[in-house]
Structure formats: C-alpha cells, structure tokens
Write a protein that binds this ligand. Structure first.
Ligand code: ZN
Length: 225
C-alpha cells in the first residue's frame, strides 16, 4: 500500500485481482494481531450510491484533494474485491470548488480540506482530522469529514505538517468512520486505531480483512443498501 497509484495503473490492476484468493491475500496484512474485530458504530448507510463531495481551500495543494479522493476509492475497491461484487459498493467522490456550493449541491458526505485545523468548525475541541455523522434511527443522513495537512501536536501548541502518508492514512481512517467503523482499543497500529504514530509508522496502514469483515457484518456482501 504505497506511493502514487495512478488511476491509469488501477485500470490495469482491476482485471488481475478478481480472484477471491488473491483478494484475501491482499487484505490479510495486519500490523498488529492483538485484536481481531473492528468495533462498529450505531449508524449505517442505506442507499445504492453514496455521493461524497470534496472541498479544498485554495491554499492547500491539489495533491491533498487527490489523496482524499483516492481514500474514498480505496474503500470502494477493497469492498468490491473482497466481496467479488463489482457493481455494488458505490461510493463516489467529486470536487466542489466552494463551500457555498457544497451547501447547495447534493452530497451525502461533505469532506472539507482546510489549510489548518484552526479552520475546523469544532476547533478548539478538534485539532486533528475528525468525522461527524447525522443519523436517524441508525440510518445516516449526512456525514462531515474535516481534514488538514496541518494538525496540532499533543503538547497543545506545536503545529505539525503531516507527512503525506500520514495525511493519506487519516483520510482513509475517517472514511472508515463514515462507513460505520469505530475505533480499535489499541491506541495505534491499526487503520482504525484512534492515533496514527507517524514517527513509528513510515507508511500508510492498509485496509485489511479486519475492516472489511466488520463492514460486511454491517451491510452483508451486496452493497450499502
Ligand atoms: Zn478516528
């Protein structure tokens, strides 16, 4: 799980990785084996297509938009490969140029990439990436994801410019919350751990069978509806 996988390369990968055996192997990697389930939340989606919209402040380089879009696509691809159902698990992400437009347009998931955590609507309570979900009777209406290349250190006053793999990891992690995954008990080492220690991990954590099994527990094997 590394580096700059371009959509061009993905097109070539998809036909090769259709066999379940290969998919199972690919998603088996785990960093830590102490826990064997990912807690699930009390909400879930119930619709054919989840439309995600991504707004990025102009000052944030475009690569952060691309990585966020890839985070959405990573989940879709993983779920499709794992279940062998290439027609379901429709979650799409598109660019929305302004915050005002974000409010006007149809978006199930609204993802905001701000140049600093200080722009988060829940700052100062929230100083790193976070997700907030509106749901009714357990069914999600809208989810909001807030990301930034800059987060606040645990010391409470040092700004940290995230290495790209750490930003990408947190984008994938937050989309995990959007889909209904909670946090592992272990503080770091899993994709759904509450922390990502980028001093210790120098690469993104992959989506594994742990997360995929949990999602299938929520949705079954045939998509989000
Ligand atoms: Zn989290």
């Amino acid at each position: 799980m590394d580096g700059l996988r371009t959509p061009f390369i993905l097109l070539f990968l998809i036909p090769i990785i259709l066999t379940p055996a290969f998919a199972a192997e690919r998603y088996e990697e785990q960093v830590n084996h102490l826990e064997n389930t990912v807690p699930i939340t009390e909400y879930r989606w119930d619709r054919d297509i989840i439309q995600a919209c991504i707004f990025k402040e102009n000052s944030v380089p475009n690569s952060y938009y691309v990585w966020t879009k890839l985070a959405v696509q990573d989940w879709r691809q993983a779920l499709r490969e794992y279940t062998g159902d290439q027609d379901s698990w429709n979650i799409n992400a598109r660019f929305v140029p302004t915050e005002a437009q974000m409010e006007r347009e149809y978006c199930d998931v609204r993802i905001y990439i701000y140049d600093s955590y200080k722009d988060f609507p829940d700052y100062p309570e929230q100083t790193g990436a976070y997700t907030s979900v509106n749901y009714n009777n357990g069914i999600v209406k809208t989810a909001y994801v807030y990301l930034s290349p800059t987060v606040l250190h645990g010391d409470g006053h040092t700004d940290i410019d995230l290495p790209s793999y750490a930003f990408r990891n947190s984008a994938v992690h937050e989309i995990g919350h959007v889909l209904g995954l909670g946090h592992m008990a272990t503080s770091d080492g899993y994709l759904m751990s509450p922390l990502f220690d980028f001093w210790k991990n120098d690469d993104q954590l992959p989506i594994t069978m742990l997360e995929l099994r949990a999602l299938i527990q929520i949705y079954g094997t045939d998509g989000f509806d």
